[in-house]
Write a protein that binds this ligand. Sequence first.
Ligand SMILES: [Zn+2]
Length: 155
Amino acid sequence: MTDVFSPEKRSAVMSRIRSKDTKPELIVRRTLHRMGYRYRLHHPGLPGRPDIVLTRHRLIIQVKGCFWHGHRCLKGRTPKQNSGYWIPKIQGNIARDRRNERRLRGAGWHVCTVWECAIRTHQSRALGAVLRVLGTSRLIVRDATAAQGTERTQL
Ligand SMILES: [Zn+2]
């Protein structure tokens, strides 16, 4: 597939893309909320201030913009124009993501990444994957609760 934008246009378009409260993130949030899940946003006490934090599930959902986080998809391609600026910037973001995710996993969090392109092109499949992760973590929580002999209901 060829890029729909010329390099100049792509650079201009990409530089305007914001990294927070992007539409795909809102779609994920709304879906979770509708299903009764409650979460914290951009938790300041956790490495990288993760997007969506489901404390009870020890689950973090990162909705990543393909461009800013260097996804290997069409939207994640670094513009050729001004590549001396973009490449180190995006590589830095990837390295920071890895560092943060390692620290989060080390602290016992499940980290689930949802790519913006997946939400845009295969929305139900991408959301299904998130909910499957939640199902898994719910099982883990339930098992842990059962082991402690309590009857708390975990949502
Ligand atoms: Zn992507």
